[in-house]
Design a protein around this ligand. Structure first.
Ligand SMILES: C[S@@+](CC[C@H](N)C(=O)[O-])C[C@H]1O[C@@H](n2cnc3c(N)ncnc32)[C@H](O)[C@@H]1O
Length: 345
């Protein structure tokens, strides 16, 4: 293979020095991708504007500089030059289109805006027990989202994209045959709950989240064909729930919180279970052999953005003990995220 036909991933996987160089330059590429998403560059290419000159005119960019940006995107395997100065998206590039299944576009925006600012506080974060949001904005990420609706909307779409990417396989592993009622606690846009309700015709469900999230989810739920089997409840999972259910889903919730607050959420969930009820946690886990590939990255992300952490099974076990719960089984389904089944003591 000639050098010119090699892309970023071929080149930088060759030697340790080049791998390190590539790591150090990640920030530059992340910024380029962020701008490509924010300005709608990937969207324009997908919608048929493939010519460099027209793209530059539409985006108000300098043509020669856009050419260099696109050549870098080609190197990153996001676009392909199909004819001279004419570009198309690769399958990775298509993942940067907004509002598509499993999209990373909203994650690129999320990590490029407030999260970028928060990451700049790493030094302070390492020397304290404060989260980056507390250092940068004097409040935790979820209270910040309650009053910053633009970021909240993007955050929910980013979470949905991550869920569609990493937990869809997990959803099929949860056996809901003997459950009548399920609650998705901190269920975000409701995408997971809709999948459960669609696949289990006997099942009723509750979507529980903060008010701003539920207000948005109500709009989406309007067009859901099984909406008569879904109840949307706004509230705070640090307070006791007003309902009882057979199964509780906690998808990517516990890693956002320190041990004390994690136990509080789990205890409230335990108290909301009917007899023989179960809680399913969809979580990254740090464990030899069963550690999903993205777990370490998410752990650092949690350390920076929240006061939470990705935990080992042993650490989860301690939380369950303190909340009056016990491990039933745990699986790492797709090498992306794990599923933990918990029952009452
Ligand atoms: C990382 S997101 C996970 C969303 C969804 N479960 C998923 O898997 O994509 C965490 C969710 O917890 C919700 N949340 C945070 N604090 C909350 C609170 N005190 N009470 C209820 N929900 C809360 C957020 O609004 C958000 O939807």
């Amino acid at each position: 293979m000639s050098i010119s036909s090699q892309n970023y991933f071929d080149v930088y996987s060759t030697t340790d020095d080049l791998k390190l160089f590539s790591l150090l330059s990640t920030n530059i590429h992340t910024r380029c991708i962020y701008i490509g998403v924010k300005d709608g560059l990937f969207l324009q290419i997908e919608s048929g504007v493939e010519d460099l000159n027209i793209l530059a005119k539409n985006l108000g960019y300098n043509t020669e500089r856009l050419h260099r940006l696109l050549k870098n995107f080609e190197h990153l395997n996001l676009v392909k030059e199909k004819n001279e100065n004419q570009y198309e998206l690769t399958s990775s590039g298509k993942k940067l289109l907004p509002n598509t299944k499993g999209s990373f576009a909203h994650l690129a925006l999320l990590w490029g805006e407030e999260f970028q600012e928060v990451t700049n506080h790493l030094h302070e974060i390492l020397k304290s027990e404060k989260s980056g949001f507390e250092c940068a904005y004097k409040e935790n990420v979820y209270s910040y989202l309650e009053s910053n609706l633009k970021m909240a909307e993007n955050f929910n779409l980013a979470m949905r994209g991550v869920s569609e990417y990493c937990s869809e396989d997990v959803l099929h592993e949860i056996d809901l045959n003997s459950a009548n009622k399920i609650a998705d606690i901190g269920g975000g846009s409701g995408a997971n709950l809709r999948a459960f309700i669609t696949n289990n015709s006997h099942l009723n469900g509750i979507l529980f989240d903060q008010k701003s999230v539920i207000d948005k989810a109500i709009e989406e739920m309007e067009t859901f064909q099984h909406k008569n089997r879904v109840e949307l409840i706004a509230g705070d999972f640090f307070k006791p729930f007003s309902f009882k259910v057979d199964v509780i889903i906690l998808s990517k919730i516990i890693h956002n919180w320190d041990d004390e607050r994690a136990v509080q959420i789990l205890t409230n969930c335990r108290n909301a279970l009917n007899d023989n009820g179960k809680i399913y946690l969809i979580e990254w886990t740090l464990e030899h052999e069963r550690e999903p590939l993205t777990a370490r990255t998410m752990d650092i992300n949690m350390m920076i953005a929240t006061c939470g952490k990705v935990r080992s099974f042993k650490e989860f076990g301690k939380l369950f003990d303190n909340a009056g719960l016990k491990f039933s089984q745990a699986k790492n389904i797709s090498n992306k995220i794990g599923l933990i089944e918990v029952t009452t003591m």
